[in-house]
Write a protein that binds this ligand. Structure first.
Ligand code: AMP
Length: 389
């Protein structure tokens, strides 16, 4: 997710710049001013409470702001990201935003402040007042809005300076120049964020071979827990020895080991564009682990893909594989194949359902040649990349 807050005094050009940002980057636009005007137009309880404060150019209480913003954010959690205009406007609201972002396992990428001197703000707002029809675009109220800005909103900058995500721009420059500078900042933010794909599918659906080929095509790091565990055994590492004794006793490898390996993989993978996860997360617990690990790296999942293949075809493919040198120890007998399909059904399908509700899962027809399936998945990945750029 790409989350940006546009900051600046009334009349700084936040609304104008927002229009191009939301189109170009497909962000969900949240203007607390617009949300409040909607409440007022609908004569809701919150709208009526806010009305006189807005008319006088004051700031509406943080309690009202939380109520109007929380639902909008949670209802649109699967968007590409959020663009905040006119929020946070107080120090308390900066903390509120932190909490709301955390709830969505994401964070604010940056706060862009458009600097405009007071007299220029007044001039612009008076001009806007001629056509905007906004009762708060008149000089007395404008002066009060600017006073509120200086006393309550400006201190918010310190919060973001301390976090190191504060960027200042000259808001008096021509619109297209400000626009170009903001684009540059956003491109820079995007290049910092990892592009992560999770590849689901029943054993035999082709996730492994597709995953490796996709990782090569998109320059992503392929993360498959099965081979990672085997690697540790081969290396004879401490973890490898533990895994081996668990295998020998027919026990499952505990999440705690899987987490350690993935955590190490993420930490060791410097300068990568992102990851393709295959065979992880396999359980609901592991899905929380993945969300947490990515969050720790300031990242999230960009695309979730489920390769669909009918059960009989899966069995046919796994049976074929069991007769080749590529045979895995776990698909050398019918009972083992059935057990793996059943494990996926009972443990992994609920994870896919959870992701379907949270982010949406792209279902890909896994029938046809390798290339046909590869092209279908590539289209789904290209779409996700496009909506990010
Ligand atoms: P705007 O459209 O952003 O200029 O907002 C218009 C008016 O709505 C402001 O002058 C405030 O009275 C109120 N308002 C908008 N956003 C907030 C906020 N985040 N906190 C408090 N009051 C707000």
């Amino acid at each position: 997710m790409l989350n940006i807050a546009l900051f600046g005094p009334p009349g700084a050009g936040k609304g104008t710049q927002s229009e191009f940002l939301i189109k170009k980057y497909n962000l969900f636009y949240i203007s607390t001013g617009d949300l409040l005007r909607k409440e007022m137009a609908g004569k809701t309880k919150l709208g009526l409470e806010a009305q006189s404060i807005i008319a006088a150019g004051g700031l509406v209480s943080d309690e009202i702001i939380v109520q109007i913003i929380e639902k909008t954010i949670t209802d649109n959690r699967s968007s590409n990201g959020f663009l905040f205009d006119g929020f946070p406007r107080t120090y308390i609201q900066a903390y509120i935003l932190e909490g709301l972002m955390l709830k969505l396992h994401t964070s604010l990428n940056c706060l862009i402040s458009l600097n405009v001197p007071e007299e220029e703000s007044v001039r612009r707002l008076m001009n806007r007042g001629i056509t905007s029809g906004r009762s708060d675009d008149n000089e007395v109220v404008i002066r009060n809005r600017l006073r509120e800005y200086s006393s309550k909103t400006l201190p918010v900058l310190q919060f973001y300076k301390d976090k190191g995500i504060f960027i200042e721009l000259d808001g008096t420059a021509p619109i297209d120049q400000v626009h170009a500078r903001i684009s540059e900042i956003v491109r820079n933010e995007l290049s910092k964020s990892l592009f992560n794909v999770v590849l689901f599918g029943y054993p035999g659906s082709g996730r492994g071979s597709q995953g490796k080929a996709l990782a090569r095509k998109y320059g992503l790091e392929y993360v498959a827990t099965g081979p990672m565990l085997d690697d540790e055994i081969k290396k004879g590492s401490e973890i490898g020895k533990r895994i081996n004794s668990l295998y020998e006793n027919g026990q499952l490898v505990p999440d705690e080991i899987v987490v350690q390996l993935i955590e190490k993989k993420l930490a060791d993978s410097k300068d990568v564009k992102g990851f393709i996860f295959k065979g992880f997360p396999r359980t609901l617990v592991q899905s929380y682990i993945l969300d947490g690990l990515l969050k720790k790296h300031g990242s999230s999942i960009a695309r979730i893909i489920d390769i669909e293949v009918p059960t009989l075809e899966l069995i046919r493919r796994l049976d074929e594989r069991s007769k080749t040198p590529g045979c895995m120890p776990y698909d050398n007998s019918t009972s083992k194949i059935v057990k793996r399909l059943h494990e996926h059904e009972t443990k992994t399908v609920p994870v896919i359902q959870k992701y379907q509700q949270l982010h949406g899962v792209v279902r890909i027809d896994g029938m046809g040649s390798f290339e046909e399936v590869f092209d279908r998945i590539s289209c789904a990945i290209d779409d996700a990349l496009k909506s990010l750029r």
